[in-house]
Design a protein around this ligand. Structure first.
Ligand code: ZN
Length: 502
């Protein structure tokens, strides 16, 4: 068994190396590559992708899994090797069940659909992408049907980014959350608008970046095993547990953009840097789901980085860096500015309170499309109706409506959005558990100390990588299932004070 296990690990390590090489190319494409490199880069990425796919789905991997599974079943339930075999089996079955013909058609279609979207969006022309979206919906349904036996047709699509999560349970958690959020947003936005003009002076880019880097160094981001570069749409990518890259962007006239995207991506990166080094180059390396990943980025960006305690410590430093711009702006004014709640049309610009409404309506629309209760041609109208009912606003066009996010045009329908809100819910659940273990965390944050929180997260979440699926991780860390109460309490406490709600 020892020899078979080693052989499996060697094969998986080669797959991980090919994927990491692809990640390096993808990172370079989004940071330093000159425009002329695009065509060759696309080809190189496709070559690496198909080599990795072929190596992973090799029949010998299946035979090794068959041979090792009875042995794994006899190991302690907490055994890393047993978890590796369980996780590899699940990934392997997923990949071999999907036909090569479908993969080829899907890749070709997504390239076309994405191209069409880049033209349709500036032209406000939903009609021109309607047929593409119909094909995307057909392909999404076809994918789900490679995995018969699901409860909801969206389940196989959700299982990729959020393993083990299902449409029905997410739907009921989301509808509870929506019931709480709609009146909360109503109560806040009926008050006078928050003045955030302090964030909109001229802030030189270099100082903005220096400040963000100093903060994430204090958080515990390891610069010996990671770095930050500039891009258009910030992201985090992992080459190995010892080399995790983040990217950011800066707007000279908006202080919050670079800073909070750096804190956000650093949260993703610290998760990846914190995985047990023994999992290197196996399917257990890396975060366990999009939701748990997002919970970590939101913890550092929002729960920590937009808290009053955090700014008690950092605001004097920020003022020292930008004495002219922040002259006469006191801590409370600044704190209110970075937590301004408003009804807005664009998901990625939304504040903590309204953000989830943007996400949940997209999730519901995805389910309706897959169920066949909504047709693609009616999607723009359904979009506007939900913005009206949930956020009380209507986009003047589809550009800020159904054409705003790339997800459905460069991927599939189903599974694209739920991770963002699951992450917000989980961020409060996990933070609550950390506070129960260490009630001193808020005071430490208020003096610029993050070691206790970071260590707790590393020991309870990061270290496990993908060993546990999200529901199991939540149960282990919080002693119960996914639930919204800590998140609602967090929002009510924080925004109740900011907006003097009853
Ligand atoms: Zn994120």
């Amino acid at each position: 068994m020892e020899a078979k296990l080693n052989e499996l690990k060697n094969r998986l390590s080669e797959v991980a190396d090919l994927n990491a090489a692809g990640a390096v190319l993808g990172w370079d494409q989004a940071t330093y590559m000159p425009a002329g490199g695009a065509e060759a880069r696309g080809r190189q990425l496709a070559t690496l992708g198909s080599l990795s796919q072929a190596k992973f789905t090799d029949a010998e991997v299946g035979r090794l899994l068959d041979a090792l599974e009875p042995w794994a079943a006899q190991q302690a339930p907490d055994s890393d090797d047993a978890a590796l075999i369980r996780k590899t089996r699940k990934d392997y079955d997923k990949q071999v069940k999907v036909s090569a013909d479908w993969v080829a058609r899907a890749n070709l279609h997504i390239a076309k659909s994405y191209q069409a979207w880049t033209e349709a969006r500036p032209a406000n022309d939903f009609k021109s992408v309607e047929d593409h979206l119909k094909t995307t919906l057909d392909l999404s349904r076809e994918y789900a049907n490679f995995f018969p036996g699901y409860d909801h047709i969206a389940d196989p699509l959700i299982d990729g980014p959020d393993p083990g999560m299902q449409a029905s349970s997410i739907r009921s958690v989301f509808s509870e959350l929506r019931e709480q959020l709609v009146p909360l947003v109503q109560a806040i936005t009926s008050q006078a608008e928050t003045d955030d003009s302090a964030l909109r002076h001229s802030y030189p880019e270099k100082e903005q970046l220096d400040f963000g880097l100093a903060v994430i160094k204090d958080f515990g981001f390891d610069f010996n095993r990671g770095r930050q570069d500039m891009t258009h749409h910030p992201f985090c990518t992992t080459f190995s547990i010892s080399d995790v890259r983040i990217t950011t962007r800066a707007q000279e006239n908006y202080l919050a953009d670079a800073l909070f995207s750096t804190l956000h991506e650093a949260g993703h990166a610290m998760y990846e840097q914190g995985v047990n080094p023994a999992y290197e180059a196996t399917p257990l390396a890396g975060g366990t789901s999009s939701g748990v990943h997002e919970s970590q980025s939101r913890t550092w960006e929002n729960i920590v980085g937009r808290s009053r305690g955090f700014w008690q410590h950092y605001y004097p430093k920020l003022q020292a860096m930008f004495p002219g711009q922040l002259k006469g702006v006191n801590l409370d004014t600044f704190y209110r500015a970075i937590n301004k709640v408003e009804r807005s049309l664009i998901r990625t610009d939304a504040d903590e309170v309204t953000y989830n409404l943007h996400v949940m309506l997209r999730f519901d629309l995805e389910l309706q499309l897959l169920e066949g209760t909504l047709e693609i041609k009616d999607l723009p109208a359904a979009w506007h109706a939900r913005y009206k009912s949930d956020l009380g606003i209507q986009a003047p066009s589809d550009v800020d409506g159904v054409l705003q996010d790339v997800h459905w045009y460069a991927g599939f329908i189903g599974g694209s959005f739920q991770g963002y809100t699951l992450g917000n819910i989980m961020s409060a659940l996990f933070y609550d558990a950390a506070l129960q273990a260490h009630p001193s965390i808020p005071q430490e944050v208020a003096s610029g100390q993050f070691g206790t929180l970071h260590t707790w997260l590393r020991e309870n979440i990061y270290d496990y990588g993908s060993k546990y699926e999200p529901n199991e991780l939540i149960e282990r860390v919080t002693g119960g299932p996914l639930r919204i109460e800590p998140y609602i309490k967090y929002l009510r406490d924080k925004y109740g004070k900011l907006y003097t709600l009853s």
